[in-house]
Design a protein around this ligand. Structure first.
Ligand code: C5P
Length: 344
């Protein structure tokens, strides 16, 4: 009797702890998404005399920071014992190469996605990017249905239609002033940016669901899995950097063009990876969708008032409102028949 009371109170304490971490991680995700999108956009459009930093190098730097932080967290999980830590690394990474290789798939896809983010934000304004990137809700839902066997309710399917309508409206060509050359340039920028976001949506959906599947099927901690993900991410990112910017790296080094803003972007991107990992663990992916919808509103307002690179039309507002309404509607019918949470 006494023992069951004790068990009950410790379960309650751990559920309060998880709930706190859930809201904390979601709040940090809203702030992180908003600040990353705006800082990244600013860093790619800032007019400077010196050459701009290499986006491919920023992706590699963020991976290194994530690996260092996750290694410290795993070290903490193992009561700061170097012996336990090296034993774990040997058992799980050296002795199980095939298990580790599973992480190469999401890592490769995330590396591509992280590079696409720079292409997208070099060509699209922050608000258009944010709203269009909401299509990842649709891709994630479709991958969850096909790979995890999840079932969606009627409200959720309806909300996906709303989502697509909203994103189409946001992409509706806006009347632009200026000469025709400028128009052609901005239309081709818009197209490149749009393709980059669409590819990122597919990769985000697939990699997210795949990572969720690995986490659910194995017993290793989230931070440990993130070290594996980061190690592959680092290798792929470095290969990508050498293939794409190799000549410039050998000429002027990997950190050419880095300044305070670049360092902020890199730190924010690394923080994003860690927070998303926490959200997957402590909250659920529906709430992750809410967080990104909230950050659409904040970054649109800042993009309009502070960066002045965005002139919303009525059509844009209608589209953005539809996207946010779709996110709410999607979350309305929670936990359908399969019992597990639907990833957004
Ligand atoms: O937009 P989305 O939710 O797909 O963002 C995923 C981002 O989080 C990527 O930058 C990816 O590298 C990072 N990530 C991570 N660790 C995880 C899952 C995602 O660093 N476990």
């Amino acid at each position: 009797m006494l023992q069951s009371k004790h068990e009950e109170s410790s379960t309650m304490a751990s559920s309060i702890h998880s709930r706190r971490l859930k809201y904390l991680s979601l709040g940090v995700l809203v702030l992180q998404t908003t600040s990353l999108v705006l800082t990244l956009r600013y860093s790619r459009t800032l007019k400077e005399d010196a050459p701009r930093y290499l986006a491919s190098s920023a992706v590699v730097s963020a991976e290194v920071i994530k690996i260092v932080v996750c290694t410290l967290l795993v070290f903490m999980e193992n009561d700061f014992s170097a012996r336990a830590m090296s034993k774990l690394l040997e058992e799980e990474i050296v002795r199980k190469p095939l298990e580790s290789m599973k992480l190469a798939i999401p890592a490769g896809i995330y590396t591509l996605q992280n590079n696409l983010l720079y292409v997208a934000l070099s060509n699209l304004d922050a608000a258009t990017y944010q709203v269009t990137y909401q299509l990842k809700i649709l891709t994630t839902a479709l991958f969850s249905v096909s790979m995890l066997g999840k079932r969606l309710g009627s409200y959720q399917w309806l909300s996906l239609l709303f989502l697509m309508a909203g994103v189409t409206l946001v992409q509706w060509p806006m009347p632009t002033g200026g000469d025709s050359e400028q128009k052609v340039l901005s239309a081709s920028n818009q197209f490149v940016g749009l393709m980059a976001v669409l590819m990122a949506c597919i990769s985000s959906g697939f990699a997210g669901v795949y990572f969720e599947k690995i986490l659910k099927e194995t017993k290793q901690s989230l931070w440990f899995r993130n070290i594996q993900l980061g190690l592959f991410g680092f290798v792929f990112g470095t290969l990508g950097m050498m293939a794409y910017d190799g000549e410039r790296v050998t000429q002027s080094g990997m950190f050419q063009g880095y300044n305070k803003i670049t360092c902020t972007v890199v730190l924010l991107q690394a923080l994003g990876g860690l927070v998303i990992a926490m959200v997957i663990k402590y909250a659920d992916n529906i709430l992750k969708g809410f967080a990104s919808s909230l950050s659409i509103i904040t970054s649109s307002l800042i993009s309009y008032f502070l960066l002045e690179d965005f002139n919303p039309t009525g059509v844009f507002f209608t589209g953005a409102a539809l996207v946010i309404a779709a996110t709410l509607l999607y979350s309305y019918e929670r936990k359908p028949t399969s019992g597990s949470t639907v990833k957004v």
